[in-house]
Design a protein. Structure first.
Length: 259
């Protein structure tokens, strides 16, 4: 269906408002892209094609890692997406903004953006002494936190707490147990957690099942859990398939067992 002037205004506003302010010719972006509007971003390594179809507003993204993550939560468009793109559909302008904002945030964290930033910042730094290695590690951990803040939209993955002062970038497989910097800085090896959940997770007092359900260890006294507000029914509010092998590793190697 042809894009109306109003559709063009709505699509353009959503793209520009949510970080994709580089307007591009659609033919240059994806060959014969047809009735699509094309956008890029200076802040995120991804490009968008946007259109309106019978099912609603369509967002096509060219970043495979972002597309795989979005597929867990957003409905796929049944139409034919331009080559090299995965397309998702929403029915109104509010979720259109939400979807494009999530594309921008994910593109800044997947799959290797934090690793590239880490390599750039530490390439010239020595690693001979323990103090020098700790300096490099702190840089990596700071970049990891920034990436998790983007990935989890600045809120605890369980409670939704959004005060950055009370949030911790929690490695699922700890820094020292990772085999490579790529694993250490992979956002799928991390959870953004409120401080009390981070401490309990690191101590093996809680873990998460493959569906995101919070598990409490037998060693975690019910009275202590009550004091901390940790209760049955808590869960991660979203998961990617790439989280699950890391969560399984944590259950096997860190968790003290379910009650």
């Amino acid at each position: 269906m042809a894009l109306s002037p109003l559709d063009r205004i709505r699509l353009d506003k959503a793209a520009v408002d949510e970080g994709f302010g580089l307007r591009r010719p659609s033919e240059e972006a994806a060959g014969d892209a047809g009735n699509w509007l094309a956008y890029g971003s200076l802040g995120a390594p991804a490009a968008l094609l946007l259109t309106r179809a019978a099912e609603g507003y369509v967002v096509a993204v060219d970043h495979p890692g972002v597309a795989a993550d979005l597929a867990e939560r957003w409905p796929s468009w049944p139409g034919a997406a331009p080559a090299g793109h995965a397309a998702f559909v929403v029915t109104d302008t509010a979720p259109l903004h939400d979807l494009i904002r999530e594309v921008w945030r994910l593109a800044r964290t997947l799959p290797t953006a934090p690793l590239r930033a880490f390599q750039d910042r530490t390439a010239a730094l020595p690693r001979r002494t323990e103090a020098e290695r700790l300096t490099v590690q702190r840089i990596g951990q700071d970049l990891f936190r920034v990436a998790l803040m983007d990935y989890w939209s600045g809120a605890c993955a369980v409670t939704g707490l959004s005060d950055a002062r009370l949030l911790r970038a929690s490695h699922i497989r700890p820094w020292a147990a990772c085999d490579s910097d790529s694993e250490r800085l992979d956002v799928h090896n991390g959870l953004l957690l409120a401080v009390h959940l981070d401490a309990a997770f690191d101590a093996g007092l809680i873990a998460f099942a493959d569906d995101g359900t919070l598990l409490a260890a037998s060693a975690f006294a019910p009275t202590d859990r009550t004091i901390l507000g940790i209760h049955d029914g808590m869960r991660l509010h979203r998961l990617s398939p790439a989280h699950r092998p890391r969560l399984a590793w944590h259950r096997e190697n860190v968790f003290r067992g379910a009650r």
